[in-house]
Design a binder for this molecule. Structure first.
Ligand code: LLP
Length: 432
């Protein structure tokens, strides 16, 4: 469910018209709904009420400070994957002791930053990393809280680029090596074995892979808990969202349709996993990213040109893969709707950006009411892995971002000034 709706023929985010926002802030523009973000967080949190738990919002999905502040206000923890993300959470007023730090390549500097900040836990991905954390904690005279990331070797049945829990992937410690590694870790002086972590993949739309992974790992977690007195089991993120019928899924009635009923909801996810997890007597950590922000954001773009080539109709817009790379990178489907509905004839269109790459498209051969230059389009379900994966390729400034709360809106990131892109570059001295 979300709060992007037509009132008459005009698309709104909560009580604010998208056209007004585009006029005020220009395009390309990300627009987020605070109510949707809040509802998504609370819905997930309530679904897990049957067991002690802490949702740790996956910052990588959308790391805007205003969104992090909102999550902190809602009581969320944070899953960070770099020193930069940790510093962002702190800058937004988030608590360090609710941050878990994942990632296969943590540098010494990042580990020291996290130790000094006093994070909840490092989710450790290799034995060498464990040694490094132990040594650096020793140098600082502190004890480092750690969990080992288990790779359960379970197929997540999602896109290959976002599957993480099989032995084909670089993540975690192979299931059958985990017990040994805990034993070795327990002999180190500066480590505090605090939990176990896993994450099998992203955009999962079936509960079965989650269940398979949790069932497989739970007995191991029980043994480790008995031996080392662990506190938590972090089962990662991955809950999928609706992309194909994104607009319709904003309506509660859609969830009663055959398609809606087949979607994975947080209620179903929790209902199937809590019975397996509860007997462990551990706090359950969750790392939802996409579920929180995905359908809470849209990318608003203006049509620059229409080009008909005989074979294709290209709708050329001012957003590009630099703002939203998911279609180019994963062939991901994002629904595209006009910001003002018209009676225009439906035409099969390729909506494309202006970046010099043939892969720079938002959709191919999709029937859309043919827009005119100057019209606004909304690319839906863009709140997760949209802005966060933005880049400056082709020296394109990072897009502006606005947050809507009821009838109010605020610019939560100004459009990057173009000079800022080369701010840290300079000619070599011999070129002067
Ligand atoms: N925890 C860990 C350890 C992760 O690696 C991820 C995502 C999450 C949690 C959050 O997963 P979520 O709940 O958002 O599915 N850029 C891709 C997604 C990459 C996901 C990477 N890891 C996309 O646009 O689909």
């Amino acid at each position: 469910m979300h709060h992007f709706r037509y009132h008459g023929d005009e698309l709104f985010c909560e009580g604010v018209s998208i056209e007004t926002l585009a006029r005020r802030h220009g395009t390309p523009l990300y627009v987020y709904s605070q109510q949707t973000l809040t509802d998504n967080f609370r819905r997930l949190d309530e679904a897990w009420a049957g067991v002690r738990h802490l949702p740790c919002y996956a910052v990588k999905a959308n790391s805007n400070l205003a969104i992090l502040r909102l999550m902190a206000d809602l009581g969320s923890g944070f899953d960070v994957v770099s020193g930069g993300e940790l510093l962002r959470v702190l800058a937004a007023g988030g608590p360090a002791d609710r941050c878990v730090f994942a990632g296969v390549a943590k540098t010494e500097e990042e580990i020291v930053t996290a130790l000094r900040a006093g994070i909840h836990c490092f989710n450790v991905e290799s034995e060498q990393e464990l040694e490094r954390i132990d040594r650096l904690a020793g140098d600082l005279g502190c004890v480092a809280p750690v969990a080992i990331r288990v790779n359960p070797d379970v197929e997540a049945h999602t896109h290959a680029k976002i599957t993480t829990g099989t032995y084909e992937n670089k993540f975690g410690i192979p299931f059958d090596q985990v017990e040994e590694l805990y034993a070795r870790a327990a002999r180190r002086r500066n480590l505090w074995l605090r939990g176990v972590q896993m994450h099998i993949g992203s955009q999962l739309t079936r509960v079965q892979p989650f269940e398979d992974a949790v069932r497989k790992v739970a007995p191991l977690v029980q043994r480790l808990k008995d031996r080392y007195g662990l506190e938590f089991f972090d089962i990662g993120g991955g809950l999928g969202i609706v992309y194909e019928e994104a607009l319709a899924s904003g309506d509660p009635a859609w969830w009663q349709t055959p398609r809606g009923r087949r979607m994975l909801t947080p209620e179903l996810h929790a209902a199937r996993l809590v019975p397996i997890l509860k007997p462990l007597g551990l706090r359950v950590l969750l790392e939802p990213g996409r579920f929180i922000t995905g359908n809470a954001g849209i990318l608003v773009t203006r049509v620059e040109y229409i080009k008909k080539t005989g074979r294709k109709t290209f709708v050329i817009v001012d957003a590009a893969m630099t703002e939203l790379i998911r279609p180019a990178f994963y062939d991901a489907h994002h629904e595209i709707v006009p910001v003002r509905r018209s009676k225009a004839a439906m035409v099969e269109c390729d909506v494309v950006g202006g970046v010099c790459e043939s892969g720079d498209y938002f959709c191919k051969d999709r029937p859309l009411p043919l827009p005119r230059p100057g019209d606004l389009l909304a690319i839906l379900s863009a709140g997760a892995y949209g802005s966060a994966m933005g880049s400056n390729y082709n020296t394109r400034p990072l897009a502006a971002e606005a947050l809507v709360h009821k009838n109010r809106s605020a610019l939560i990131r100004q459009r990057q000034p173009v000079e800022a892109i080369w701010q840290w570059e300079r000619p070599a001295p011999w070129q002067r």
